[in-house]
Design a protein around this ligand. Structure first.
Ligand SMILES: Nc1ncnc2c1ncn2[C@@H]1O[C@H](COP(=O)(O)OP(=O)(O)OP(=O)(O)O)[C@@H](O)[C@H]1O
Length: 608
């Protein structure tokens, strides 16, 4: 292990899956510099972004396991490259400051899972002298720390929530266990100094132990061969393997790899998928554990259904199969020949949703694959009839659970997980969906469907539309539902992702209070939920807010977080509202302040 005075590597391990503000990284590096006991002249800071979720070419998120990497190298490569460039740009200023201290910065993004294993391998690979762990993505840092302290031989520090760096173990250790080595996909790039430009910094791809140039024609071939390797060896061997320059050298190292005796199957697999028509994916995620249903992931070669197929599935659109009627038309439950349960939405003749909206919905939904989004399986067009075929979501809508007499009161933990799941669905549409952002435009409880596991699924994209550059201002087409419409949308027709944030804030208030959006105040007058709830939140009188049906069975901190998120979301000014990514972080208790937001959750009594 390098002594403190020889140039060494200091790894800052970050979660690259989440959006991070520039200030978070730069402040962490500042505080590292200020300490004086971690960085020395000649050292290199490696900002390691761990990408533990990547976007599947179909648009939903998945773990970058070896199997996935093997089949989707290009997609991962693209995502990793984007992240590396983003980090490099964020760190340009820090690189200048570090240069004065004789320290350089390098960015490395690694797609792999599990996170702890990625961090461990990367630390061993560069023989780091220090690892600085970002507390923000370790929800169970205390437990994870035991793992790191046991497995990592180098010195350990943590970035606190305040972004200060706290040293946890100021010395190295020799006691490390043998670990199973996994293969991940990495790309690294030095952060240039302002006078250097960016051109000379050729990025390096590494797949496991083998660096190759990103532009190298052999890169795909090498990646293909290396993603399938999975040797087991002692940590101490790793360093010697890592410096090898080509795949053949690795083979010479004598490590037995699966690639040595397994012919590449990638091209055949891709071809098979292209030819497949609605082929089911075997690793489809569970949709509902009670019903035993799985989310079907049809390969999107064709999404068209024949009319007779839907007619048969819905028992000829029988009354018994009718689920309900909405603005679009009648919705029928059905079962396809292969057992897949569906909800078929048949457009009303006089539906307010015309052909244009129909195509908008099909187009938008074909990109939206996420565990909190109702999946569109396909559609059918017959003469002037439009039918959308969705996966069937088995446990009614949130509207039903909150307000139907037959529904049992939702428990607190269910409300909390519904809030987080819905927020993640919206975050996906706004920030993560391929080709997005997509604005939902009609977020409300009746468009949030639930499984028996109380997993919320956002549906009804009839009003969604692609966001082009800037805000969409067409005051003539106000669509959505009163009470959930953000003021700038209701008054001036201005639509942006922040109008969804507002509507989501209203849903949060309903989850906390169990109240309708407009209710009677008990004196025969109507009162809007927002007007009633906002001053109560400002007084932090959360007990006045909470749904009486919950009794004492709620978690005060959870209510606080949800009320805080709601309060931020329903700000009149769209700029004051958080992004959905930030909302998720508030709900999960991960972040307590957003420096860029003018309004903080500062209750009145604290400001007096
Ligand atoms: N994918 C689905 N799985 C199960 N039930 C569904 C599905 N989609 C819709 N439904 C149910 O069908 C009924 C009608 O739904 P629809 O979305 O058309 O109307 P709505 O949300 O009630 O009103 P609007 O069209 O004005 O948004 C509702 O009871 C809804 O819960």
């Amino acid at each position: 292990m390098a002594s403190p005075l020889t140039p060494s590597h200091v790894v800052i391990a970050y979660d690259a899956t989440k959006d991070r503000g520039v200030h978070e990284l730069t402040l962490a590096i500042d505080s590292l510099q200020k300490r004086g006991d971690v960085l020395h002249s000649g050292d290199t800071i490696i900002v390691l972004g761990v990408l533990h979720r990547v976007v599947h070419p179909m648009g939903y998120h998945t773990k970058p396991c070896v199997d996935f990497l093997e089949n989707s190298i290009r997609a991962v490569e693209e995502e990793v490259t984007k992240k590396v460039d983003m980090y490099v740009n964020m760190l340009l200023q820090s690189a200048g400051k570090c240069e004065d201290q004789g320290v350089s910065i390098e960015v490395k993004v690694t797609a792999g899972f599990p996170v702890k294993q990625v961090i461990l391998q990367e630390i061993m690979a560069c023989k780091a002298a220090w690892v600085v762990l970002d507390r923000a993505y370790h929800r169970h840092l205390r437990r994870d720390l035991t793992f790191y302290l046991k497995q990592i031989p180098c010195k350990v520090a943590i970035i606190q929530d305040s972004l200060a760096v706290e040293v946890v173990r100021p010395h190295t250790t020799d006691e490390t266990d043998t670990i199973e080595h996994k293969l991940f996909f990495s790309l690294s790039k030095p952060v240039p100094l302002s006078n250097q430009g960016n051109e000379n910094s050729e990025p390096l791809i590494t797949c496991g132990s083998c660096p190759v140039s990103i532009d190298s024609p052999e890169s795909s071939e090498i990646l293909k061969n290396h993603f399938v390797t999975s040797p087991t060896f002692k940590l101490r061997d790793y360093g010697t393997l890592l410096n090898l320059g080509s795949s053949s050298k690795q083979e010479n190292s004598g490590v037995q790899t699966k690639a040595d005796n397994k012919p590449s199957t990638v091209p055949q697999k891709i071809q098979k998928q292209n030819n497949a028509f609605r082929e089911r994916c075997s690793d489809a995620p569970i949709l509902c554990s009670r019903c035993g249903t799985r989310t079907e992931m049809y390969v999107k070669d064709s999404m068209t259904f024949s009319y007779s197929e839907i007619q048969l599935a819905t028992n000829d659109f029988s009354k018994e199969n009718l689920l309900g009627e909405g603005g679009y038309g009648h919705v029928y439950k059905g079962e396809l020949k292969d057992g897949q349960q569906i909800a078929a939405k048949v457009r009303k003749e006089a539906s307010t949703q015309g052909f244009k909206e129909f195509h908008s919905e099909v187009y938008v939904l074909s990109f939206a694959r996420h565990k909190n989004i109702v999946m569109l399986l396909g559609y059918c067009c017959k003469e002037n009839l439009n039918i959308l075929v969705y996966e069937y979501i088995c446990h009614n809508s949130l509207e039903w659970h909150l307000f139907d007499e037959k529904a049992a009161a939702l428990e607190w933990h269910q409300r909390h997980s519904i809030a987080i799941g819905t927020a993640k669905g919206l975050r996906f549409l706004h920030e993560e969906c391929r080709g997005g952002p997509i604005i939902h435009r009609d977020t409300r409880p009746s468009n949030i469907l639930l499984t028996h596991d109380y997993v919320p699924m956002l549906g009804d994209f009839g009003l969604a539309k692609w966001k082009t550059t800037g805000d969409d201002t067409d005051p003539t087409r106000i669509i959505g539902t009163l009470g959930y419409l953000a003021p700038e949308y209701a008054e001036n027709g201005i639509v942006s992702v922040r109008t969804d944030v507002y509507a989501f804030g209203m849903v949060l208030l309903q989850l906390i209070t169990g109240r309708k959006i407009i209710d009677s105040n008990g004196e025969g007058q109507v009162q809007s939920l927002r007007e009633w709830a906002e001053p109560i939140i400002q007084r932090l009188a959360l007990h006045e807010l909470i749904d009486l049906r919950l009794g004492d069975s709620y978690e005060t901190y959870g209510v606080y977080l949800m009320a805080k998120a709601a309060y931020l979301c329903i700000q009149r000014s769209p700029e004051m509202r958080p992004s959905m990514g930030e909302v998720v972080r508030v709900l999960e208790g991960e972040s307590d302040n957003f420096h860029h937001l003018g309004v903080r959750f500062v209750p009145e009594q604290h400001t007096k």
